[in-house]
Write a protein that binds this ligand. Structure first.
Ligand code: PLP
Ligand code: NAG
Length: 383
């Protein structure tokens, strides 16, 4: 009965060239294998303070209320919504792929009055369209900066100002774009920003940086009702992360100690490399990948180069092929993950992610080689 668990653990090496998780560099893997210390030890607080500094840099913010969630990107999504919205309040969600759909569902579940601004996958929102929706009087407006299910990078300049004018908080998801495409939390007047550990940051999945500015803090700490989640309540989390100015940091939950070690190391790598260099590299490798894909006769799903997400590239499914078959072939023969669409983009696209540590021309060549091989071997016989 126990034979399976008694076998030694086996984990294959995979090229993680999908939309996440991405491969983790040895230095980050090593940091996660350090001995465990207590989550309330002074050394751990110091590591958490370092993480906070690293997030400040990565987000380009000086917000005191900056922490990492004990959980994946979804934990940050729920934390943002649960803390800043009360049941019955209006929120507006921009939906042009799965991420807006998810945030709308999260807001619906906690009893918010959800309004949706919907586009087909690949579409982006103009500031004029966003301006019009003040009529719903939302307390929160959500937008995905890197819409990884469609491969779109949504421009965010000016939207923070529109939200301010309408007395609405601006919430931006950068799980798939942080480190790959420029974002300036403070300069762009973003009130709440979050990301995940396992995409361009190249840490293991399971932690998620999030930051709230003073406007967001004012809203979330002046509510009439308690947030529906105890685990994600920012009153407790801000104390755990030493953001509330109190001398005593009380036990709330046990943070993922190894995950925080790894997150610290991945933020350190980004700081060493520099954001500008990381953005430049993603753009350069993405452009190289686009050329290679076009040389294979494939069609990029987002026609406008400037709207493509540099970390996750989407291609239209080539005529005469079954995308599932191609992906299975690529995994089987190249030990490489690429993926299909997600949510509304299923059946429309295939996705190739070259993020952070994986973002190299040599990896683009590997991905192109695997795709060329699949194109040769997976063509449907017209029976
Ligand atoms: C991957 C992703 C998420 C979800 O992150 P998890 O870590 O899987 O919970 C959210 N938003 C975007 C844009 C993503 O790409
Ligand atoms: C900001 O955070 C520090 C700890 O990092 C804390 O000591 C300080 O009181 C905080 N400031 C405010 C205004 O909460």
């Amino acid at each position: 009965l126990l034979t399976c668990i008694l076998r030694p653990l086996e984990v294959p090496y995979r090229y993680l060239f999908g939309p996440g998780p991405s491969n983790v560099p040895p230095r980050v893997l090593a940091s996660g294998s350090r001995p465990i210390i207590g989550h309330l030890h002074p050394e751990m607080y110091e590591i958490m303070n370092d993480i906070k500094k690293g997030i400040h840099y990565a987000f380009q913010t000086e917000n005191n209320m900056t922490i990492a969630m004990s959980g994946s990107g979804h934990a940050a999504m729920e934390c943002a919504v649960f803390n800043t919205v009360e049941p019955g309040e209006s929120v507006l969600i921009a939906i042009n792929g799965i991420w807006g759909e998810r945030v709308a569902e999260i807001a619906e579940r906690m009893g918010a009055n959800v309004h949706k601004l919907v586009k087909a996958p690949g579409g982006h929102f103009t500031n004029i369209e966003i301006e019009k929706v003040g009529k719903h009087k939302p307390v929160l407006f959500f937008l995905a900066h890197g819409e990884s299910s469609a491969g779109l990078c949504q421009p965010v300049d000016g939207i923070g100002d529109i939200c301010r004018k309408h007395n609405c908080l601006f919430l931006v998801d950068t799980v798939a774009s942080l480190g790959a495409a420029p974002i300036f939390m403070d300069k762009q007047n973003i009130d709440i920003l979050y990301t995940g550990s396992q995409k361009a940051l190249n840490a293991p999945p399971g932690t998620a940086p999030i930051s709230f500015n003073d406007r967001a803090c004012h809203k979330m700490f002046n509510r009439k009702t308690k947030p529906v989640s105890y685990l994600f309540d920012m009153t407790h989390l801000s104390n755990y992360w030493g953001c509330d100015g109190k001398a005593v940091r009380a036990y709330h939950h046990t943070g993922p100690v190894s995950g925080f070690f790894a997150l610290r190391e991945s933020l350190a790598i980004l700081a060493e490399k520099g954001l500008e260099e990381s953005w430049r590299k993603h753009k350069e490798v993405a452009a190289y990948l686009y050329r290679g894909l076009e040389d294979l006769g494939l069609e990029l799903f987002i026609p406008d180069k400037d709207l493509r997400l540099p970390s996750v590239t989407t291609i239209s499914i080539p005529e005469g092929y079954d995308w599932r078959e191609m992906l299975v072939y690529i995994m089987k023969h190249h030990q490489m993950e690429m993926t299909g669409g997600l949510g509304p983009s299923i059946g429309m696209v295939m996705r190739i992610g070259l993020m952070g540590y994986n973002c190299e021309k040599t990896n683009a060549d590997k991905a192109l080689h695997a795709l060329a091989d699949a194109l040769k071997n997976c063509k449907k016989s017209k029976a």
